[in-house]
Design a binder for this molecule. Sequence first.
Ligand SMILES: [Zn+2]
Length: 320
Amino acid sequence: MTKNLFTKAELEKLRELPIEGVASRLGLDVRQHRCLCPFHDDHTPSMTFSTTKNRYRCYVCGAHGSTIDLVMGVLFDKQGGAASALTDACKWLTKEFGVLVASQYMCKSKSEVTPFEPKRFARYFEQPKLSLNAQDFLFAKRHLHPAVVRYCRLNSYKDWLQIPYYDINGNLQGIQSRYMGKDKLQPRFLFPRGKGCHIYNMQVLKMLCPGEDLYIAEGCSDCWALLSAGHKTIAIPSATLLNREELKAMFLKLNLMENRNTVHLYPDQDMAGENLYKKLHAVAADVGIPLVRHNLPSGCKDFSDFWISQQSSRKEHIMT
Ligand SMILES: [Zn+2]
């Protein structure tokens, strides 16, 4: 029996993919949270989906489970041990939904994936254009500073926001897409296409003076909000998935100790945020960098949330 390649955190992430979206990708015809059960000879839709629990259940044969169970059952249950079926189902989900998982970083480049050519794409971000939808998303909903959006060179294409990842010298490394539309079946973020997209907003490090504060965000959205608040920030979207040694290697490359920088973090108000804080705290101690923890007020799940609530109350204050 082969060992499952995915970590607990990665499995958690895959289980959070929209269950009805997963069912649709498997070819099941989901209508009004129901479909024909693929696990028994069903003629009236007896499989139901709970979007709050993100699970499926068949009231005739009793089949039930998560996104991963559904894929395993429909596509991979026939042969192999349970662990290989699990790995195959997870691989299928990552590929189908473009989920960011650390295991992908460890894999050698796959032949079936066309290599990303930064030179071909860099021009799209030279004079980025934002659709009205994107402007609404970034400015009206998220209250981001226009200078931050310009500096990050955010671009839009249809319902997708295109987020360029640069290296420290401003060379394009990859692109990540963020869905802004209303289709609940779409994943919110696709993993970045391109190489070396472990850190977002690397180019800020060139502007970081010795002894200055650097903020670390879990993802792009928090990074933009922190930048709008005037903090020099990088995001490490894969941080929760990386182990301590991998994070340490990443930290050492940033030369923060030599420059006597202090690192700041607003942990997300959930288990993942708390675990990330603990991990970063240990890594910072290992490499000798001071890490300052900031707590979000209750009711704000992440910094972006906090920033939005602050800005909208400020606007109301001006209006009244
Ligand atoms: Zn059934």
